[in-house]
Design a protein around this ligand. Structure first.
Ligand SMILES: [Zn+2]
Length: 94
């Protein structure tokens, strides 16, 4: 199966350092709030909770760039995701 479209880069997570004047807007949240799609000053980025505390960001940049990273993360998430909330049911293909 040959796919011609190049894969977007593997996301690299970096600590999210909250600026003093934080104009971050959370626009969209993935299932169970694993990832957050955010806009900040004309840029877009993806946030997730860091293992210890705070947040990590990835994919920062223009909409098109950031959105590709977001879509990739969502696809990966849905492959192995188990919802914490039993009411928030996933579609089970099995
Ligand atoms: Zn979920």
């Amino acid at each position: 199966m040959a796919v011609s479209a190049p894969e977007p880069p593997v996301p690299r997570w970096e600590p999210y350092l909250r600026p003093r004047r934080d104009h971050l807007r959370i626009i969209e949240t993935s299932c169970c709030g694993v990832y957050e799609w955010a806009g900040q000053g004309g840029q877009f980025l993806i946030l997730r909770a860091a293992e210890s505390e705070g947040h990590e960001e990835t994919g920062r940049g223009r909409y098109k760039h950031a959105r590709r990273v977001w879509m990739r993360l969502i696809v990966e998430l849905e492959k192995g995701h188990k919802c914490k909330d039993p009411d928030d049911t996933d579609i089970d293909t099995g």
